[in-house]
Structures are given as C-alpha cells and as structure tokens.
Write a protein that binds this ligand. Structure first.
Ligand code: DIG
Ligand code: MN
Ligand code: MN
Length: 387
C-alpha cells in the first residue's frame, strides 16, 4: 500500500515520544504510562524501524544492577520479537534536580563529574543495545542570568567533558559517533550553543572533531526563527549530519514538538526534498509527541502521521524533480556561467587582473528579473495536489 513505512525508510521514535504521558507546565499527565516493552510493540504495530531512548527512559535512575539487567533483558527480547533496532541513544542530563544548573557546564564540579559518570554508563547501555549514534542535548546547559556563569568558562567545561567522552569511546573501542543537538532556550532561559550553526563551529574546537556531528531538530531551529533546511544543508556540506530530529513547530513559540509536517508543510517539503535529493541515509527520527488531548489510539495516529507525511512529501519531491515545467524553469534560472566562466572559480592573478578590467553594465544587470513567482506557484500547486 502507498505511504506505508518500511524498514528501509529508517523511521525511528524515542521511547519518550510515543511514551509521552501528556504532562505540560500547566497540567498533569493525561495518559497512563506504557512500559518500554509495550512501547516497542506499539512502534512495531505502526511500522517503525527503530526505537531510541535516554538512559532513564529505559532504566530508572535508582534501579539496582539486578533490576537494570532484567529491564535490559526484557527490552532486548522485545527488540528480538519485533525486529526493531536501536539506532541512537542519549543521556537524560536534564530531569534530575542534580542538573538544575546544568550538567557538563554546572558551576558545581561534583555535578560535572557525576554527569560524566552517568553519561559513560548510558553510553555503555546504548552500545549494549546496538546504538551507533549518541546524541547530546544540553537542555540544562545555560543560564537565566549571565551573572551565574562565564560563557567562555562554560564552553571550556562543555569541551572538556566531550573530549573526555570521546576518549572514553575510543578507549572502550566502541563504534559510536556523537551528534550534538542545539536548542536556543527552554528549559533554561538561554541555552549555550543555541543553533546547529553554533554546534558546527564548536565541534571544530574539540580534540576529536571527526567523531562528532550534529543532530538538528526542526522545532529548535524554528524557535530561533531560522530556515531549518539551510542548517541541515550546511551540516550535510560539512559532513556532519549524523542524525536528525524531525517534528514541527510554529515560529516564536515554546518547543511544541508537533507531528512532522503538521504545521509548516512547505518547510517540511523542502527538507524532505533536500534529504532525498542528497541521499541522506541516516535514521529519520521523529522527536515529537501527540497532543495532550490524545489517547493511546490517537498516539498511534500521531506516529503513523509522521511517517505517512514524510513518505507523501518524498513522493512530491520526486514529482518536483520530474515535473517538466518546473525543471525547464530551473534550467533557465540556474544557467551556465557562460561569458563569466573565465572570471569565476579559484583565484589566479591573471583572472583577478582580467576581472578588474572587465566593463560591466550594472544598469543592465539590474534589469534582469527572475520567474520565482511562477516557479513557486508551480511548487505550491504541486503540494496542493493540482499538478
Ligand atoms: C529534545 O529535543 C531532545 C531530547 O529529547 C533528547 O535528548 C534529544 C534526542 O533526540 N532531543
Ligand atoms: Mn524539541
Ligand atoms: Mn530532539
């Protein structure tokens, strides 16, 4: 059937997404909690390929070693029974009160050390269950007042912890890559390394930048008022798109984590068009949750909707690439360098001298219009289903 998810689509969900109980800052849970095993079976029922987790989504923070082993054993059995895989794991360094002033950037060295210990144990758990990507979302790495922390000192602490953990992964011989996830604010008033762009720059200051990429999230870049696909394209260009968190988000709102494509169809289309055109082969992780008004059946509709919308938009992207009228316009717009070929490209002294001497008719340049209205209308009509 059309738009049915298959393993090759690599659709994944975190336990915390379909397991979201509907708590929000102004209301208590509305849905009973499902166990990790029940969530694995729910994801199998809707056709997901993978399941991700924070350490404490799976193993409660105060579980004994015996309880941990039982939980892991039962979870592994559910994976075996359903065929789901674990593409990614991460650490919850934001829920426990110990992290209320951050984890890696906390002013309390004991908290920073505890965060390292917790993360090493969580990495062990993720690797044990097959994860190949490890996400770091520094939800508490920030401030409400800049009196509290020097941002350079905070970055040094962040860097020191990530360098330590890269060395741990190398020392353990794990086949694991790190993916850093940016967010501009919430739960902290301001979160350090606020966007994917900040993360890409920060990665280059680490001891092992080759081990570290990014995990851009739609909602988080939209919260910053940015074009998500542009950030993803820059990460891809840098060879750093190690993972991606798909959802949706109205601009200038709190983190809504809406169903993929449910709010900004056009931005979702350009993202899917980009990912499919460049051949992104990583997990397509839906870091989103159902409305607080949903019951568990509607949670399944939420999960199915994320995957169906991705597949529908992928088909629209294929139609975009095949549409004769659109492609003819693109050929016209993205013309060859032509007479400017001698002047464009890498620097030579001759090229520079010739270009400096070339007579331009600037007024003529200014008279050249572009058919972008016609082109965008064709895209809109493609998305509206009339082409
Ligand atoms: C929030 O968008 C963050 C956390 O849910 C998690 O650490 C990360 C993994 O996708 N996304
Ligand atoms: Mn989010
Ligand atoms: Mn996320």
């Amino acid at each position: 059937m059309a738009y049915e998810p298959r393993p090759e689509h690599k659709f994944s969900f975190g336990l915390w997404t379909v397991g979201n109980v509907g708590r929000d800052p102004f209301g208590e849970p509305v849905r009973p909690a499902l166990s990790p095993v029940e969530l694995v079976h729910l994801l199998a029922e809707v056709g997901a390929w993978g399941v991700n987790f924070h350490d404490n989504d799976l193993v409660p923070i105060d579980a004994t070693p015996v309880e941990r082993d039982r939980i892991v054993r039962e979870f592994q059995k559910a994976l075996d029974d359903t065929g789901l895989v674990v593409p990614m794991a991460t650490t919850n360094l934001f829920s426990d009160p110990a992290f209320r002033d951050g984890a890696f950037t906390s002013n309390d060295p004991e908290v920073r050390a505890y965060a390292l210990q917790k993360t090493m144990r969580a990495i062990d758990l993720g690797v044990e269950l097959g994860a190949r990507v490890y996400v770091f979302w520094g939800g508490r790495e920030g401030v409400e007042t800049d009196a509290a922390k020097d941002p350079v000192e905070a970055l040094k602490r962040y860097r020191e912890c990530l360098n330590f953990l890269c060395e741990y992964v190398l020392d353990q011989g794990y086949d694991l890559k790190f993916a850093l996830e940016a967010k501009p604010n919430e739960p902290r008033g301001d979160i350090y390394l606020a966007t994917t762009g900040h993360m890409l720059a920060f990665i280059e200051t680490l001891d092992h930048p080759e081990m570290v990429g990014v995990n851009p999230e739609v909602a988080h870049e939209h919260m910053a008022g940015l074009n998500f696909m542009h950030g993803v394209a820059q990460a891809w260009d840098a060879g750093k798109l190690f993972h991606i968190d798909l959802n949706d988000q109205n601009f200038s709102r709190y983190d809504q984590d809406f169903r993929f494509g449910s709010h900004n169809i056009k931005q979702a289309f350009w993202l899917v068009q980009f990912l499919e055109e460049v051949g992104y082969d990583g997990p397509r992780h839906f870091d989103a949750h159902a409305y607080r008004t949903s019951d568990h059946e509607d949670v399944k509709a939420f999960a199915r909707g994320c995957m169906r919308t991705y597949l529908i938009l992928a088909e629209k992207a294929a139609r975009f690439r095949e549409d004769r009228e659109i492609q003819e316009l693109l050929a016209e717009i993205r013309g060859e360098e032509g007479a400017m070929a001698p002047y464009l490209g890498s620097y030579t002294r001759e090229r520079a001298q010739a270009l400096k001497a070339h007579p331009f008719d600037r007024a003529a340049l200014g008279r050249r219009g572009k058919p972008y209205e016609a082109l965008d209308q064709l895209v809109v009509e493609l998305l509206l289903g009339v082409r």
